[in-house]
Design a protein around this ligand. Sequence first.
Ligand code: NOJ
Length: 453
Amino acid sequence: MSRASFPEGFHWGTATASYQIEGAWKEDGKGESIWDRFAHTEGKIRTGDTGDIACDSYHCFNDDIGMMREMNLNSYRFSISWPRILPEGTGTVNAKGIDYYHRLIDALLSADIRPLPTLYHWDLPQALEAAGGWPERDTAGRFADYADVCMRAFGDRVDHWMIFNEPTIFTVMGHLVGIHAPGRKNLDDFLRATHTVNIAQGEAFRAMRATRSDAKIGTAFNMTSCEPAGDSEADADAAERWHCFMNLWYLETALKGRYPDAFVNGTPFDKMGVREGDMDLVKVPLDFIGINLYTRTIVKHKPDDPWGLQAVPVGPMGGNDGPKTAFGWEVWPDALYDIIMRITRDYDTPVIEITENGCSYPDGPDSMNVIDDQPRIDFYRGYLAAVARSIEDGADVRGYHAWTLLDNFEWSEGFAQRFGLVWVDFEDPARSRTLKESGRWYGRVSAENGFEI
Ligand code: NOJ
């Protein structure tokens, strides 16, 4: 392959999330989210930063769209803040919150950019956390009500939707590991949360479909290719269990109505709160599969693992053969090719969108205000070539969204990790934005629908 080329009509975009970019955390009637509460709690964010202002996209979204136009993009994946729409998570709708997303969606459409909203990118209304949060089964019903409000408000102009962002990550990090909001560290809470989220995915899908039968609805799944650490059968089995848990826990349920075999001693249905008939609730024919992928995972068998997977990742993120990003994540483009092909094989060539892929580097402007971020260009070249190869080999990939448009609030890392194609000056009250060299390169790739390898 001498050229990485993409099919006609391919969607070129970037992805963002409400809490990471919007700011305006208590403006125009918005309610408190678990991330507002978490970031305001001392010691939770490494840098002490909060998303109170972030990139101020609540006020500057037209500047964001200007940047997308400069990059010739035709798709924008953003998320809707649940507490901006329903400040208490349920009950009265906040008209000003609805209005904000109306203005954003209309501005995108006038710029010929497809709006691709995600309903939940981790900012649960704090009032619902107080009522039990994701471990509480009722939260699934509240989520479906919220999904319905969104579809009724925006469904006349928005054709493509995503239900969840990275369900494995927010359930693990928020309920088991505790380094993300709401900061719980409890195996039982975590297990129950995973099942509520699966029910919520099913209920939301049905509620949205009932309002708009032709909408295309998917979820953005965190994925990683899972490679055994050694040659033993035990490591190979462990890698497969990790794949079932990390990649399929919310996908196999939706598409096949069953939990994949991730746990050595069987799925802990009782602890998860699974009731008779629930597998009918979690099963829904998602119209497309969103893949968020950053690196691969090397997995080792670990007999005494306390939560029953008996599989652990070796090293923080990936292996040690490829270069590392500033976050320490291994640059490994084959991971994206491998996972696209595996999902293509295992789920009968589904429609796939790459909903996130990107890297952090500590870039900054030189004296000419140029941000020369060659390592980011190299990263995207490698991963985009892997996507092109997967399409050539039969995968039905319809779009690619770089994470991310703007440097933004990287969760427990604060503003320390810069993932953007656009540099943001967080010292400047106006949060001025400057396109990085990688953004210029990405703009050429989207304009030419490919690049020379
Ligand atoms: C996954 C998440 O969806 C996003 O919010 C995060 O910033 C990126 N990965 C980078 O960690």
